[in-house]
Design a binder for this molecule. Structure first.
Ligand code: F6R
Length: 596
């Protein structure tokens, strides 16, 4: 169980706990902090002997990350244990109800209400009890429940949070994702929305929340344990940065067949794609930045208006949508609550949704009309790297699919664009071979107070992404700006020796923008900034403006983010390392944000 938790730790790491069903009842240990704290606590402890149990790593939502709020949670008798991922939105009302019944709570969590509800409703049939309890819960949850009176059974349920069952040889597993049990089996069953699975010696059984047998999706995991290990690097993130050429190649593979772009799943008619008259791109964080890049390509290729919006904002305003609106929802995990809610909001208004996702069968693709997977492989580092590049590639495929459907590009033009995309893994490999100087620069910048990032056109989302990486990894103040906006305010931030990273466009591809950016750099140089310039190889005009020059290969303008983001990822990782931070697990963050 601890091995499994280690692989899931990226999902949350502010406390951890285990419960084992033993001959004497439940043995439970919980500890605030990293999993290592729990492991240290368990050393030498006897009594954790059994063949069934549950474990949890937490990312705090309700209640501070302290021992007593760690999972598993128990009822008053100590016979029921529960672990939970998600948020139970009506927990407050349930808690008031339970307290009125005389139940004493020992934590501040929403999860503990489930343990008490199970104990109160239990009548000797744990699966039925769990179903009954689930029917009373609102929000998103994956729950795993045991009762000491039925020691050979574990019951789990899911609504809007992930849960997979691993089917081994005389052993069974339950986890939020397959990496937890891939070492033991690749044979897996993915649970659907509002389903309950009972695992017993006789096998497993899946029902809906009312006890009716429910259909499930049985699948074979097609990546192995080594893909989820660090492959000789100190951190997963560093390995994932190096995997970017492969992630790009895998994302493109198989999507250009007989001269046409094809998606992975299309549950809408071709005509619906042709009828699209407006595109919204919705996503969060890094995925949102990939969406900003998509806008330039989709508008250019299709002449459709494209709006890019943060999912959390889109959801709570009144976007104008109808059945001819295509909403492109981008999410690595496919389970980000903000994006999922935005998808539902769009579908309620009859818009078509196309998901771009890195996780097979996750909730967002399940609820969408079409799906394109980024085949970047598992991304364990909390900061997104290879999935960002893969998302950009997938966005371009969507743009080309739309151009093809609408006839705004001839098929030979689509083929040429696709062919250019196919050259990008090699270009990214070339960048990766030259990042040692970026590492050295990162070490020099480790004591900076702040770093600014500037870009124009597709360089602007790159600037935003560079700043986000630095904030989340190095806990350093960082801001990305559209370079043209500088003079409208941010230039006041420039002071002597402030590092400013500038993402240059190609002097050939975008001569006008290039010239404008050179002026922007001289403005900040005149005010004392230390300029770090990312520019195309052979761009000699930029040299006098760069205190530090980072060269990237020449590629078509729209594809530049694929090469210019890579040095920024390396820079942020190196600054974070030099400052002594855990690059894979930045503070306060979780890989999958399943709460709004
Ligand atoms: C930043 C990062 C986050 C995610 C965001 C969306 O490095 O990883 O900003 O991009 O939380 O997550 P997904 O793509 O899973 O929806």
């Amino acid at each position: 169980m601890l091995d499994g938790l280690r692989r899931l730790e990226y999902r949350g790491y502010d406390s951890a706990g285990v419960a084992v069903i033993t001959a004497d009842g439940l043995a439970v240990e919980r500890k605030a902090g990293r999993l290592a704290n729990l492991e240290a606590e368990l050393v030498g402890q006897e009594g954790f002997v059994g063949t069934a149990g549950m474990g949890h790593t937490r990312w705090a939502t309700h209640g501070a990350p302290v021992d007593r709020n760690s999972h598993p949670h128990r009822d008053v008798s100590g016979k029921v244990a529960v672990v939970h991922n998600g948020i139970i939105e009506n927990f407050h009302a349930l808690r008031v109800e339970l307290e009125a019944d005389g139940v004493e709570f020992s934590s501040d969590t929403d999860t503990e209400t489930v343990a008490h509800l199970v104990a109160r409703e239990y009548d000797g049939d744990l699966p039925e009890t769990v179903r009954k309890v689930c029917r009373r819960l609102e929000g998103a949850f994956t729950l795993v429940v045991t009762h000491a009176d039925e020691p050979d059974m574990i019951v789990a349920a899911r609504r809007s949070s992930p849960l997979v069952v691993g089917i081994g040889d005389k052993e069974m597993f339950l986890a939020s994702d397959v990496s937890a049990f891939i070492e033991h089996t690749r044979d897996a069953v993915e649970l659907g929305q509002d389903q309950v699975v009972t695992i017993a010696r006789s096998g497993y059984e899946v029902t809906d929340f009312y006890g009716e047998p429910a259909p499930t999706n049985h699948f074979q995991v097609n990546w192995d344990l080594s893909a989820a290990e660090k492959g000789g690097h100190d951190y997963f993130m560093l390995k994932e940065i190096e995997e970017q050429p492969e992630a790009l190649a895998n994302t493109l593979r198989g999507h250009f067949v007989d001269g046409r772009i094809v998606l992975d799943e299309q549950r809408m008619a071709d005509q619906d794609l042709r009828d699209v008259d407006k595109v919204f791109v919705i996503a969060c964080g890094t995925a949102y930045h990939s969406g900003l890049v998509a806008k330039y390509a989709i508008e250019h290729w299709t002449r459709l208006p494209v709006e890019v919006e943060l999912a959390s904002e889109f959801r709570y305003r009144d976007p104008v949508l109808d059945r001819d609106t295509l909403v492109v929802a981008i999410s690595q995990s496919g389970e980000t609550a903000d994006t999922l809610e935005a998808v539902r909001h769009a579908r309620e208004q009859k818009a078509r949704v196309l998901a771009i996702c890195n996780t097979n069968g996750a909730q967002i693709p399940r609820e969408s009309d079409a799906v394109l997977y980024t085949h970047a492989g598992p991304e364990v580092g909390v900061a997104a790297t290879k999935t960002f590049l893969a998302q950009i590639a997938a966005n371009f495929l969507v743009g080309l699919a739309l151009a093809q459907a609408r006839g705004t590009k001839y098929s030979d033009e689509v083929a040429r664009e696709f062919h250019e995309l196919e050259q990008m893994p090699a270009a990214v490999s070339q960048v990766l071979q030259t990042v040692d100087s970026v590492r050295a620069l990162g070490r020099q910048l480790a004591d900076s107070k702040a770093v600014l990032f500037l870009g124009r056109h597709v360089g602007y989302p790159v600037a935003l992404e560079g700043a986000l990486k630095l904030k989340e990894l190095a806990y350093m103040h960082a801001e990305g700006f559209a370079a043209g906006e500088l003079k409208h305010g941010p230039i006041a931030l420039i002071e002597q020796d402030l590092p400013v990273v500038v993402v240059m466009p190609s002097p050939k591809g975008r001569a006008v923008l290039h010239a404008k950016l050179l002026s922007n750099i001289s403005e900040i140089q005149a005010r004392g900034a230390r300029t770090i310039v990312i520019a195309e190889e052979g761009d000699e005009t930029v040299r006098p403006f760069a205190d530090e020059l980072i060269e990237v290969p020449q590629v078509p303008t729209l594809l530049q983010p694929l090469v210019s983001t890579v040095p920024l990822q390396v820079l942020a990782a190196e600054i974070a390392r030099a400052r002594g931070y855990d690059v894979d697990k930045p503070r306060n963050l979780a890989k999958s944000v399943t709460v709004e």
